[in-house]
Design a binder for this molecule. Structure first.
Ligand SMILES: [Zn+2]
Length: 707
């Protein structure tokens, strides 16, 4: 399963326990006959095991209290101990007849909240059989599993009438009987887990050349289903062409009964709210489909670093942005997330990434990984980069693979030696910080020469870089050059056919690095990423609203204990040297938002905000924005009604990449989102008197290799 860190940490723990038992990774077959009683929360299973030949003993985990017994074949079964909700057993088969186990009992764990930083939490269960539905994976212990084993399976599930079960692989074959339904799934190729999801689903399907598209909804909605079937067909086709054949018989969207965003082999389990958000079809959904190549097709060797999230984000989220001409923007946002959320104390090398458990680990495990992949693509060229990914997929499908395997595929396709590059970017923390100095234009006999110096000014050792330099010439043409910079500093010299207007260092954000001042505007992530700060409540607000603001402040502090809450009336001036949230129209420090007249206008008396997008009356809209004041971010949230505040508290932490936001209603619904315009950066130098508006055209997206 992709993205569920709670489960992951637990898996990791178990894996280490098992590894200590000295068992090598093995392939185990299961023929599972399952009966589920949702009302009582119980499961009854017969499992015929196909163990590796000549296995002397096999250690596995099963949910507590299922009391497994050998009912076929001969052997001994010993209970070793208990670990949280799981029991550890050792099976020693005797003779050649396959062992068949029988067990039964209840698996019913409620939802637990998992904090993910300021104002962010999600729910997870260790395994749940209930009237609302069934969600079981290997860590719930519903089938006997050694966490480092791979398994293939044949699964028959008997359920009450009207119910359907979903698992990975091929299916479902459904047969109806007097006492309920029987649903059959099977997957003959090695899987790193077996999932069992069930509910009274409405099922939709559509055959496609790359496998069947399926949709399972908890209430019938043909229009919604149709949109997902169509999107599934489109993304299966895109990634089959880009990387290699889709590895499963079907891909299914499955609606969960709480909000999740989980990618399993050949299906995704999304929450009821999430699947109805229109943008999901273009954001999370392709990401989950692509995980069938990365993570659920080629498996991750977690001990040496999870490369799959960054690669999936690069080829889904980033690629789709690139197709809209917004690749550079996406990369800049990734760099800003790293700057805002990651500190020395929570930074880690890519080889230590296991899974996301908040914004900082996401900025490294997803964001830095995708920037490193982007640098590799720039070094290899699009064709060889794609050829490397195809080779990596072909050679490691249904096996675990590491960053080293990825490196070898790239070396084979490109002929480049990449060991040093991978060492620096996957084994070190930190990021390079660039400076552009000594820039001058000199006349030469046959034109002009641009000279200057690039430096790496971070405290850590230099990183291996090839720094893009872009020169805008007076006729509107653009010259791009890449300067190798593996040491502290490198001089450059460029012959120019015409007079230059401006030189920019890495204007398309092709390098993983610390952004220079002026390259990016302040956004809410500067506040949500800060470990400490101050939230100021408005003492003068009406009672209901004041209580609403207090609840919002408490909700945000829950995920970030380094934040304090105080009343504006108890302070004479804003504290310096730390971030501040101002709450409410009546907050007496509103004047400290330091309005730059060019960006917005705030009329506190009339509750009126003027943005580039228009005018917003505080009586109708909830507003949020962030400015910088003496280097520190100052944020502001104001709402006309207390009933919109719980929604704002929940939603705003997900809008970290915006500088200002306008919401409407009690839900509340986002109406406007934007970033303040960036200022001139220290990595750009004007070379003449003219200051025209200059832009660098976007590059062709990676999918251009398919043409
Ligand atoms: Zn993912």
């Amino acid at each position: 399963m992709i993205q569920s860190i709670k489960f992951f940490c637990f898996a990791y723990l178990l894996l280490r326990v098992i590894a200590a038992c000295g068992e090598p990774q093995s392939l185990v077959g299961h023929a599972l006959d399952v009966r589920i009683d949702p009302e009582r929360g119980t499961i009854a299973v017969r499992d015929r095991l196909d163990l590796p030949e000549a296995v002397g003993s096999w250690d596995f985990f099963l949910h507590r209290g299922l009391a497994p017994q050998i009912v076929g074949g001969t052997g001994t079964l010993t209970r070793i101990g208990v670990r949280e909700h799981l029991e550890h057993f050792r099976l020693e088969p005797k003779g050649s007849t396959p062992i068949e186990l029988s067990y039964a009992g209840s698996i019913r764990h409620g939802l637990e909240d998992i904090g993910e930083g300021m104002g962010r939490a999600r729910k997870s269960s260790r395994g749940l059989i209930s009237e609302d539905g069934v969600v079981l994976d290997g860590l719930s212990g519903w089938y006997p599993r050694a966490p480092d084993a791979l398994q293939y399976f044949d699964l028959r599930v008997r359920l009450p009438r009207g119910w359907l079960a979903v698992s990975q692989g091929a299916g479902p074959e459904v047969s109806k009987g007097d006492d309920g339904v029987s649903v059959h799934w099977h997957e003959p190729r090695p899987q790193d887990d077996i999932y069992l999801i069930a509910a009274p689903f409405a099922r939709y399907a559509k055959p496609t050349p790359n496998g069947e598209a399926q949709v399972y909804l908890r209430s019938s909605d043909p229009d919604l289903a149709e949109r997902y079937l169509e999107a599934t067909e489109r993304y299966l086709s895109l990634y089959s062409r880009l990387i290699g054949p889709y590895p499963y018989a079907k891909f299914a969207l499955v609606e969960n009964f709480w909000d999740t965003g989980l990618g399993m082999p050949s299906f995704t389990l999304l929450g009821p709210r999430v699947i109805r958000l229109p943008f999901i079809l273009y954001t999370s959904y392709p990401h989950e489909v692509l995980h069938n190549w990365w993570g659920n097709g080629v498996y991750v060797d977690y001990e040496t670093g999870n490369w799959s999230e960054g690669l999936t984000a690069y080829l889904a989220d980033h690629l789709l942005a690139e197709q809209r001409g917004r690749g550079a923007e996406y990369r800049r946002d990734s760099l800003r997330a790293y700057a805002d959320y990651v500190r020395e104390a929570n930074d880690f090398p890519l080889r230590a990434f296991r899974g996301r458990h908040g914004s900082a680990s996401q900025a490294v495990g997803y964001g830095k990984t995708l920037m490193v992949l982007h640098m590799l693509r720039r070094n290899l060229g699009d064709e060889k980069f794609v050829a490397s990914l195809r080779r990596f997929y072909r050679e490691h499908l249904f096996q675990t693979a590491s960053f080293d395997d990825l490196r070898q595929a790239m070396e084979k396709e490109s002929g480049l030696e990449l060991a040093s590059f991978f060492r620096h970017w996957t084994e070190r923390t930190g990021a390079p910080e660039l400076a552009l100095t000594d820039v001058r234009v000199e006349q030469a006999t046959d034109g002009q020469v641009l000279r200057g110096r690039l430096e790496q000014i971070q405290a850590e050792d230099p990183f291996p870089l090839r720094v893009p330099l872009v020169v805008h010439l007076e006729d509107g043409s653009i010259l791009e050059h890449r300067v190798p910079l593996s040491d502290r500093s490198a001089a450059f010299e460029l012959k120019l056919p015409l007079a230059p207007i401006r030189v920019d260092v890495d204007p398309q954000f092709d390098l993983f690095r610390i952004l220079a001042p002026g390259e990016t505007s302040t956004t809410l992530s500067a506040l949500f990423g800060s470990e400490r700060g101050l939230i100021l409540l408005p003492a003068d607000a009406p009672a209901g609203l004041a209580e609403g603001y207090r609840q919002l402040a408490k909700a945000w502090r829950e995920g970030s204990p380094g934040w304090e809450i105080a009343r504006d009336a108890d302070l004479k001036t804003l504290p310096e040297g730390r971030p501040v949230w101002l709450l409410g129209w009546s907050n007496r420090f509103l004047g400290d938002l330091a309005p730059d007249k060019a960006d917005f206008q705030l009329d506190a008396k009339r509750h009126l905000l003027r943005l580039p997008e228009g005018e917003y009356q505080g009586a109708d809209f909830s507003l949020a924005m962030v400015r910088r004041r003496e280097g520190q971010p100052v944020g502001w949230v104001a709402s006309p009604t207390a009933s919109a505040l719980p929604g704002l508290a929940r939603k705003l932490p997900h809008y970290g990449k915006y500088s200002y936001l306008v919401f409407q209603g009690e839900a509340p619904i986002n109406r406007v989102k934007g970033q303040w315009p960036a200022r001139d950066s220290s990595l750009a130098v004007w070379l003449g008197d003219r200051r025209p508006k200059l832009t660098t055209p976007p590059r062709r997206p990676l999918t251009a290799v398919l043409k």
